[in-house]
Design a protein around this ligand. Sequence first.
Ligand code: FAS
Ligand code: PHB
Length: 388
Amino acid sequence: MRTQVAIIGAGPAGLLLSRLLALQGVDSVVLENRSREYVEARIRAGILEQHTVDTLTDAGLGERLHREGMEHRGIYLQHPGTRYQLDFPELCGRTVWVYGQTEVTKDLIRAQLDGGPPLLFEVSDVTLEEVDSDSPCVRFTDADGVAQVLDCDVIAGTDGFHGVSRPVVQAAGGHTWERTYPYAWLGILADAAPATDELIYAWHPEGFALYSMRSPSVSRLYLQVDPTEKIEDWSDDRIWENLARRFALDGWDINTGTVTEKSILPMRSFVSTPMRRGRLFLAGDAAHIVPPTGAKGLNLAVADVTLLAQALVRLLTEKQTDLVDAYSDRALARVWRCTHFSWFMTSMLHTSGDDFDAQLQLSQLRRICSSEAAARELAENYTGLPVG
Ligand code: FAS
Ligand code: PHB
């Protein structure tokens, strides 16, 4: 087998990269070790920055997004007795969209299988070879158990945090930073109409809570728990009781409903540099992880592949190396900005049990709710800074 770009991983990063390259006449093959059903069933992000919406729309993937997605003009920040609305258009002229990553992935896969570049599910034994040469290759076993060799010009490592690509880059040297937070998120999907028009990020002495949504009839909610908690110890009633306490506000009630999914998600910040080794380029969670408090993970993956697609088109069609040589530094500038913002939101909103911390957090929240400058800084970062 031969292609110009071998893409490892069919998450949002890999699928969107393949689409963006195809639109510029660069061919690729996407290799995914899970099944289509598994990939499409993963419940993850929910907020799309304007840049992400524009990129998907310009790539011909915006039709269902604009029909079913919900444009949001802001968020609420809450602490006991106060629920304050940030107006994004007023503060920074941008909005965000609520449209689940699950739906983004389904749209990308449907387009890929409808005449797009090859997408092979359920591969195994993926190994990357000759990445320091101009003719790397990927060895793998296909879904029928047949050993394959994919010769290519470039390999894109978009295989997430547990993939095989980052270790190949790190084997030639590099640096990683990691911070594991002393809390986790218990997340639920519920057949319940959201009791709010926009997301609520709530600080509470018992812990953080986030009120999000997927549609006018499906709510997505999270509450801060200890990382050692076991989901089987959390009945639906216990979850709803904790959420109701943390969002409590006079004259307002939470909407409960049937919980259709619940899980506990770890919280970490992770950055790996560089994002390149020879003809192997990393993008998305393969290179970095952010805690979901800033709604950055998926959007950062999209920003990476926007830069990487531009660089690979320039390399493979114009034979110019300037953009691939600059890719890692350009991508990492935004990675660190989003890593800081995600850390900032996480540190401000999650209780540690220390009362001094609590006073600092409440002071920061009151500052944002009373200062246009402080609110604008949050709004600009939350809605996404320009890419590139
Ligand atoms: P992904 O991990 O999505 O995709 C990588 C793909 O590579 C996967 O399909 C995997 O199966 C495949 N793969 C791995 N190893 C392979 C191999 N050896 N060979 C072939 N394929 C291989 N972000 C938010 O903004 N908000 C959230 O609320 C949020 N919640 C999250 C919850 C969870 C449990 C997780 C894990 C992440 C969450 N994220 C959230 C972040 C998430 O949305 C990621 O940022 C996003 O999926 C990044 O996309 P990719 O880089 O494509 O990586
Ligand atoms: C979600 O809807 O899953 C979501 C929204 C905002 C976040 C994190 C997750 O910050």
